[in-house]
Write a protein that binds this ligand. Structure first.
Ligand SMILES: Cc1cc2nc3c(=O)[nH]c(=O)nc-3n(C[C@H](O)[C@H](O)[C@H](O)COP(=O)(O)OP(=O)(O)OC[C@H]3O[C@@H](n4cnc5c(N)ncnc54)[C@H](O)[C@@H]3O)c2cc1C
Length: 401
């Protein structure tokens, strides 16, 4: 089924497709989405450094970094549906977007909704040009699903807020120079009400700002996230988004966008991955096996459903509604799909899936990696159980957990 997007959007698609064809950089074809975090020579697996810098400058000149943001702050003011088309075309050309860590998807949208004009004018251009590179410091050792219970404290001291506590599972922290922290600034009110959302520099004026990063290893062998010990880290009060003690509302916007953003892009990766697995089945003469066919047919239908549920969410955002329970439906759907897809791939490969390739460190082949990584999807951005609670309570009106 093809979605008719009308002549205007068709012409937008054509323009993006031409831009990508004319500016294609061979060395970056198939590279992972570029975070544009830190020194590009660092760990980001995004192709040669010079090529990545050049690509960033081309995208910046065309205002194609954070292009959905208002033109007044350096974006291009693209609508949600234009963003869906843009993502599809980048994916089709196999050229990477520059996402600025969680800047484009989480921090920026929350500042746009809850920040003051001064905060929007200050923070958003700095994300677009790569000056500020954020990671998301929500989870704590005892507070993951129970986010409202966070214990990290924020104390106002003159023009600063001083933050002390611990955060954990912070993706990309080792590549960021600032962390968005949800912290408790009032312990004398119900727990959702005493929280603040603070943008904390990891270093300040080139000096240590009391944020110690300890890398952690995932079961795939990768070390994509950190544990942070925050000891008296300072940020100007100006860096509190949404006002003191109003952080819960801002955090909900961040989480809604986190779920919604992936909902609209996830099918692109899954579609490619699906056809790659079909190719593996063909090479192994498994496409006549009834059980393999059944699994592949199931996976194909799920990817299509993810696609259309993502479009439905886009339409809701286009109508200026903030992502609500429908974002949880999408997140639950794609993450549970992918976890099962990882097992389908392992089953299809049979005994060979159990043998890891040789080489230094903890190596995995592509399908082993998919199997491991797909487990994480049902945990981050709120576990599947939490999504079911949200759907039950906010969409179906069931009694509270
Ligand atoms: C790959 C990865 C990347 C991550 N990146 C980040 C990041 O960048 N920033 C960040 O802040 N966090 C990040 N996280 C952390 C993630 O948000 C938490 O792991 C998640 O919210 C779950 O919290 P927890 O691990 O403390 O588990 P817990 O909250 O302790 O949950 C344990 C189990 O109990 C279940 N459970 C808990 N409460 C309920 C309930 N009320 N009803 C039903 N079941 C319940 C959960 O579903 C889960 O199965 C990341 C996690 C992963 C795996």
């Amino acid at each position: 089924m093809k979605v008719d997007v009308g002549p205007e959007l068709q012409s937008f698609r054509g323009a993006i497709r031409r831009f990508l064809a004319e500016n294609r950089i061979e060395a970056l074809v198939g590279a992972e989405t570029l975070n544009g975090f830190g020194d590009p020579a660092e760990e980001e697996p995004g192709g040669p450094v010079d090529a990545r810098r050049h690509w960033e400058s081309i995208l910046a000149a065309e205002r194609l970094i954070c292009p959905q943001w208002p033109e007044t702050v350096g974006g291009r003011g693209l609508s949600a549906i234009e963003m869906a088309i843009l993502n599809e075309e980048f994916d089709r050309a196999r050229m990477p977007r520059v996402m600025r860590g969680v800047g484009e998807s989480l921090v920026g949208p929350s500042i746009i909704v809850h920040g003051t004009d001064e905060q929007r004018a200050h923070f958003l251009p700095r994300i677009i040009d790569g000056t500020d590179r954020y990671c998301q410091g929500f989870s704590e050792p005892d507070h993951g699903s129970d986010l409202a219970g966070v214990e990290t404290r924020g104390v106002v001291d003159g023009d600063d807020i001083v933050v002390t506590g611990q955060k954990v599972w912070t993706s990309g922290a080792h590549l960021a120079n600032a962390i968005l922290v949800l912290c408790r600034t009032d312990s004398n009110v119900p727990k959702h009400r005493g929280l603040s959302y603070v943008l904390v520099p990891i270093r300040r004026d080139g000096m240590d700002n009391g944020v110690e990063l300890r890398p952690m290893r995932q079961m795939s062998g990768a070390s994509g996230f950190c544990y942070e010990v925050i000891d008296g880290a300072r940020a100007p009060i100006f860096n509190v988004i949404g006002g003191l003690n109003n952080g819960w509302r801002v955090a909900m916007t961040t989480l809604g966008n986190e779920r919604a953003y992936r909902a609209a892009t996830q099918h692109l990766r899954y579609e490619r991955e699906f056809w790659d697995l079909v190719e593996v089945a063909r090479k192994q003469s498994l496409t006549t096996d009834a059980l393999v066919r059944q699994d592949l047919a199931w996976a194909y239908c799920q990817v299509e459903l993810i696609r259309y549920s993502g479009l439905r969410l886009m339409a809701s955002i286009l109508a200026n509604r903030e992502p609500g329970p429908e974002a949880s439906v999408s997140k639950l759907f794609w993450s549970e799909y992918h976890r099962r897809f990882g097992s389908v791939a392992m089953n299809l490969l049979g005994a060979s899936a159990m043998i890891r390739p040789g080489g230094p460190g903890y190596t995995n082949d592509r399908w082993q990696q998919t199997f491991f990584e797909s487990r994480a999807g049902t945990i981050f951005s709120g576990t599947s159980e939490i999504q079911r609670n949200i759907i039950g309570e906010r969409a179906l009106g069931l009694p509270k957990d």
